[in-house]
Design a protein around this ligand. Sequence first.
Ligand SMILES: Cc1cc2nc3c(=O)[nH]c(=O)nc-3n(C[C@H](O)[C@H](O)[C@H](O)COP(=O)(O)OP(=O)(O)OC[C@H]3O[C@@H](n4cnc5c(N)ncnc54)[C@H](O)[C@@H]3O)c2cc1C
Length: 462
Amino acid sequence: MTETETDVLVVGGGAAGIAAATTAARNGARTILVNAGPILGGELNYGAPVDGCLTARGEWAVGGFARDFFAACEKYDGYIGPVCDYRALNLVCIDPEAAKLAAIDLVSRADVQVLMYTFTDQAVVDDDGRIQGVVVRNKRGRTFIRAKTVIDATDDGDIAVAMGCEMMVSDAANGSAQSESLLFRMSGVDTGRLLDFVKSAPENFGAMEYPGFAEDAAAAIAGLVKQGQPKVLLTSDGPLLRDAVADGRMYPTSWVAVSPTSTARREVSIHTTVVPDVDATEIAREGVAFDSLHEQISMCADFLQRSLPGFEEAGLSAIDPFVGIRETRQVVGDYVLTGADVLSGKKSEDGVAKGCHELDVHDTAGHRRENVKDGGSYDIPFGCLVARDARNLLVAGRSLSADREAHSTARAMGSCMAMGQAAGTAAAMLSEPGSVSDLRGINLAGLRTLLKEQGAVLDGIS
Ligand SMILES: Cc1cc2nc3c(=O)[nH]c(=O)nc-3n(C[C@H](O)[C@H](O)[C@H](O)COP(=O)(O)OP(=O)(O)OC[C@H]3O[C@@H](n4cnc5c(N)ncnc54)[C@H](O)[C@@H]3O)c2cc1C
């Protein structure tokens, strides 16, 4: 086994991991990023709009790395920007192909050493509970990467598990997991025709939940049409989808979400497929889910082409590379963010990132949704990123320390980038000469000041 050494090791190159690695390196730490797959950005490449960036009131709740990422998407002609769904959310639409270029651009400009196609599930821990590094595996064999601080951005908390840290399954009582989905894209969509249909048959589309968007449902639909973007939610409250489900032209579903991904390709992403209650760490069952999700894609594309005005000439242009997994397990951190914290818009003196996406649980009880108080934001405390059983392991992204309700909002990609920036900056502080070596000794006021100097939004919005 070969051996190498670094200040900061980031495992996982999704939204949280690229933010963590880039900001750690920008702050002077020698940084290695290890990623199992062939592309950086993780679910940023799905085509889903980026949630958790703007409050329902329209204020930016993330800055710093996230805004740099959007600027890089724009450089590659892939930034549509903030779009309102006139229902409950403001979200940021990007082209997932540009997102791939943007992710590599930012990470490589920061001089991060990237190891793609490299997996790890083995942590080396000393008698004091400090992680010394991880053993990675790729085509060249096994390498021990020694690091002062490790950031677990693996989405399933693989490093925390390998260290033996306590983990939680968010619905442990029932042992159930949130549903999985597989997003796909269709190009050649006629937005004008689609929005004309929205105007003429508004009963088919979701609108008007957050009262700040419009005076009433009719005004919300008018706003949606005027905005001119193919950002609509077909719901089974209306006859188009309800009848299709009833007569078997569509699988049972209550909605089909359409979001713009590329103006040039007249392309949208479609988020609707669903397989409930699969534990994604159970790989055999995952294969069965995969079959069902692909069948649903074919059925839905056919339904849209035949039934939704604007889609007559549209064709399937991409199926996302990974099945979308909403949750598996989260680390138990120094602080566990709760649904009550989120819904009350709780602020915290040690907040190092903000969340603002609605509570968004897809479980056996259905799709539970509720906006943050007054359409505002909540703080993600530093303790949500610090594994309780470890001294120098940070967690960022989907495996943060949160209960099911809080997790359902904090896992949004905007918040993941903000958490990544906080973790990367904290890890860089720990690698400075003479620094404390335990995360509990970190100068939190200093970390917050540095984050704000580097564009993070921590204060100023309720
Ligand atoms: C169906 C679905 C729809 C969603 N819709 C939205 C939406 O509309 N808007 C929104 O903002 N969010 C949405 N989300 C949530 C959001 O996409 C994710 O929670 C978020 O992207 C997670 O980011 P991450 O960086 O934690 O992980 P990921 O983006 O999953 O990245 C993890 C990376 O780590 C790598 N990795 C994993 N394990 C290892 C290992 N052991 N060794 C090395 N590398 C490893 C993976 O290859 C991957 O590149 C959705 C999620 C799902 C499932």
